[in-house]
Design a protein around this ligand. Structure first.
Ligand code: CA
Ligand code: CA
Length: 126
């Protein structure tokens, strides 16, 4: 995986390698999932469909992956980090399954509440 650090003027620095082994995961998404102000990564491990979070430590370093929980295979391909959509200061997750939109509200400790359905008709938007 590579990181391009933003320079604040729509410009980015040169690619910096973060490390190998990311082929074992689905496309990572970014957000601050532990609420410390540093960007984190989340992805689904392909072998067992567990959601995993790597907390950013600054300087393009991350902690070891922390397993959040299993059962994410149906959501992996549409998983996104929409920001703080319930406005509680914690990053949330969203994804669709069979066209229904689901939201998981973040708790700020790499954990999330139960999936909340927001209804059908979202297949064409993801
Ligand atoms: Ca963080
Ligand atoms: Ca939130």
């Amino acid at each position: 995986m590579y990181v391009w650090n933003g320079k604040g003027d729509n410009q980015f620095g040169a690619a910096q390698a973060v490390g190998p082994g990311w082929d074992a995961y689905t496309r990572p998404i970014g957000g601050d999932f532990n609420g410390d102000g540093i960007g984190d990564l989340a992805a689904v491990r392909k072998t067992d469909h567990t959601l995993v979070i790597w907390n950013g430590r600054g300087a393009n370093n991350f902690t070891a992956g922390q397993d959040v929980g299993p059962g994410w295979e149906p959501y992996a391909s549409t998983l996104m980090s929409p920001g703080d959509i319930n406005h509680n200061g914690r990053a949330d997750l969203a994804a669709t399954r069979d066209g229904t939109l689901y939201i998981w509200n973040g708790r700020g400790d790499n954990r999330f509440g139960d999936a909340q359905s927001r209804g059908p008709g979202w297949a064409g938007h993801f």
